[in-house]
Design a protein around this ligand. Structure first.
Ligand code: FES
Ligand code: FES
Length: 209
């Protein structure tokens, strides 16, 4: 009985494997030309990889050119290839927002983006906030309001709050506690700094307003 099940399961996996290969083979549209890189894998023109490919974008105001594999996340490219370790790798699956960066001014979980998706775009990390060694008003308010403890969530928190302040910059009034809570609802802080973060952001926005 056990052998019969083993054979059946093996057959099932064989079937799944075949179906996957067939599905992979049918990815290219009919008539599309393919190229054969040194790895021997067939590629559709315009696709990149699997070897590292050139990626160019703007990181904290500076042009960056780096070769990364197409499977590399933006978070890994920043931390490993570009030594930009402000964005933290905590869950690596979009659940904590410790890796938050701004892409063209919009907050994004960098662990959930492929690095090549920022080709030609502007990426801002926490390293890009202070200028010439001077903290921004928001960063100073974080310090004044004790809005960080272990600090692991702090860079992500800051970037989510920066995005909020940028979104509301033109209206000439302070943000509310509710708005801050909405802005950071994806940012997990195991140290429980939330009330301090809210106070810091409201204070920063009052200074702006
Ligand atoms: S590390 Fe990206 S969301 Fe947690
Ligand atoms: S300050 Fe420790 S996780 Fe937020």
């Amino acid at each position: 009985m056990a052998d019969r099940y083993a054979l059946t399961r093996r057959g099932l996996f064989r079937g799944i494997g075949s179906a996957t290969v067939v599905a992979g083979c049918t990815k290219a549209p009919p008539g599309a030309k393919t190229t054969t890189p040194s790895t021997g894998a067939a590629l559709v023109p315009g696709e990149i990889g699997p070897a590292p490919s050139r990626l160019s974008f703007e990181l904290n105001g500076a042009a960056v050119n780096v070769d990364v594999e197409p499977r590399t996340t933006l978070l890994d490219a920043l931390r490993i290839d570009l030594d930009t370790t402000g964005p933290k790798k905590v869950c690596d699956r979009g659940a904590c927002s410790a890796c938050t960066v701004l892409v063209d001014g919009v907050q994004r979980n960098s662990c959930m983006m492929l690095a090549h998706d920022v080709e030609g775009r502007k990426v801002t990390t926490v390293e890009g906030l202070a200028k010439d060694g001077h903290l921004t008003v928001l960063q100073k308010k974080f310090v004044e309001h004790d809005a960080q403890q272990c600090g692991f969530c702090t860079s992500g928190m800051l970037m989510s709050c920066v995005a909020l302040l940028q979104r509301t910059a033109g209206r000439g009034s302070a943000v509310s506690a509710h708005e801050v809570n909405e802005a950071i609802k994806g940012n997990l802080c195991r140290c429980g700094t939330y009330p301090h973060v809210v106070a810091a952001v409201v204070a920063a926005s009052k200074e702006r307003a």
